[in-house]
Design a protein. Structure first.
Length: 463
């Protein structure tokens, strides 16, 4: 084993699986190159009997299967210095076409990407380091999973830091927004200089986990405690602050006269472990409330992040008085008789009611747990995930229901789904549904469906 070759950092060469040959990665800033360079790459690959030419995820072309004795000659034929494809350094600056070529571009990703490449490609750092520059929020350069990412908006650059797509992926955190090219470059310079002082061989995201994003911002002079303090208003109740309280997405079920019913619930919490006790908040007007009151039992099924929106809409935006919510749903009756959801559920608990607390339009049912088990492995869906990733809303009967801010500035008319309350804002569009930002509601195809509950366009009304 000791005789097998290793990476040659001095020659920008990566040893291959055979431990005999190498790959080199000619430096092509942002993947941009001339026909002349492409000819040189092809000719050199042919001359030195390369096994393959591979387009990489970092917008480069790897020439694979080069003998060690040919490394100096192939770089000479290419007319290039060995590129920084490996090692503890800035590996590559990935950038999209931006305003130079793309009709969706909001900022000049090519211009600032080339500048960053000139400044930092190959720069030695405590760990490997990747930079992504996306000219709009579609994020084609994967800026959210780079050590430093830039995202173009109409108001300027959003700078994010600490992302990676490695074995333990991390989403970057926002450092600053609304920056000019020069301001963004200056902030990146200060961030990299700070990272150079970090002696541990770990990614930038680990530094942020250690010191905290707010502490890093203060070090970089991005935001001070005084500035934050001035933003706080203690004279009012801003309901948006409630969204930071941790909730989940569950199905609360019960039974009455042998008939099961269930609804989406988000306010569920464990009260004690001895005896094991759980509580759930249910609107007094809901059918599930009636079932729990009469039977004195309830079940809680914890949903996974992969739960489809129509499934949630079935239990959250429809009434058991009108339909059988359990039709075509896999479930079983627990020892209390309450339904245990099997589809899309990670685990469940079922309980007997031992106490009730009336709070306005809601009842908090406190139940002693009778059984509980894990159905499958996975990540439970939080309400933040439901809102931010799934773009879900809550029905008016939910404890956390908030009125939409319909006075925000937007171009075009706003429409609301009559079934689930989802708001279509033309400024945001519905990218996941194929509707680009800036699309007026009248221009949406008639077969478009609500991304939350799946009803047709005809179920929307102008606000």
């Amino acid at each position: 084993m000791s005789g097998k070759k290793k990476d040659r950092l001095d020659k920008g060469a990566i040893v291959q699986k055979d431990r005999e040959t190498f790959a080199i990665v000619p430096h092509l800033p942002g993947g941009l190159c001339s026909p002349e360079i492409l000819h040189k790459i092809a000719d050199s690959a042919e001359k030195y009997n390369a096994a393959a030419i591979k387009a990489t995820g970092a917008q480069r072309l790897a020439i694979v299967g080069i003998k060690e004795e040919d490394l100096d000659n192939i770089w000479q034929d290419l007319g290039m210095k060995p590129a920084a494809a490996v090692g503890m350094c800035v590996r590559s600056i990935k950038f999209c076409p931006g305003t130079t070529f793309c009709r969706l571009g909001q900022q000049d990703a090519v211009g600032i990407g080339m500048k960053l490449d000139e400044l930092y490609h190959g720069c030695e750092l405590p760990s490997k380091f990747k930079i992504g520059v996306s000219g709009c929020t579609n994020c084609c350069a994967e800026s959210w999973v780079k050590d430093i990412g830039l995202i173009g908006t109409k108001k300027g650059w959003k700078v994010v830091a600490g992302g990676n797509a490695a074995s333990r992926p991390m989403i970057a955190q926002v450092l600053a927004e609304g920056l000019t090219d020069d301001e963004a470059l200056d902030l990146i310079k200060r961030t990299i200089e700070r990272f150079k002082k970090y002696t541990k061989p770990m990614r930038l995201g680990k530094l942020i986990l250690e010191v905290g994003i707010d502490a890093l911002k203060r070090e970089l002079g991005v935001e001070t405690g005084t500035a934050l303090s001035e933003k706080i208003d203690t004279s009012k109740i801003n309901e948006k602050s409630f969204s930071n309280i941790n909730y989940g997405v569950y199905i609360a079920g019960s039974v009455k006269n042998g008939k099961s019913n269930g609804q989406i619930a988000n306010t569920v919490f464990q009260v004690s472990d001895d005896p094991p006790t759980i509580a759930v908040s249910i609107n007094k007007n809901n059918l599930t409330h009636e079932y729990i009151k009469e039977s004195g039992v309830f079940s809680i099924s914890i949903l996974s992040e992969e739960t489809p929106m129509p499934f949630i809409a079935n239990f959250g935006f429809k009434s058991g008085r009108d339909i059988n919510k359990f039709e075509n749903i896999e479930y079983k009756s627990g020892i209390t008789g309450a339904p245990i959801i099997l589809d899309n559920a990670l685990s469940f608990v079922e309980a007997k009611v031992v106490s009730e607390i009336s709070v306005g339009f809601y009842t908090i049912f406190v139940g002693q747990i009778q059984s509980a088990d894990v159905i499958r492995q996975g990540s439970p869906m939080t309400y933040a995930y439901y809102h931010n990733v799934k773009k879900g809303t809550e029905p008016p009967s939910a404890p956390t229901h908030r009125k939409e801010d319909l006075n925000k500035k937007t171009k075009g008319d706003i429409y609301r789904c009559e079934v689930c309350g989802y708001i279509y804002d033309p400024a945001e569009g519905d990218p996941d549904g194929g509707i680009e930002p800036g699309t007026d509601f009248k221009d949406i195809p008639d077969n478009w469906e609500c991304p939350v509950c799946g009803v047709k366009k005809s179920n929307f009304v102008k606000v």
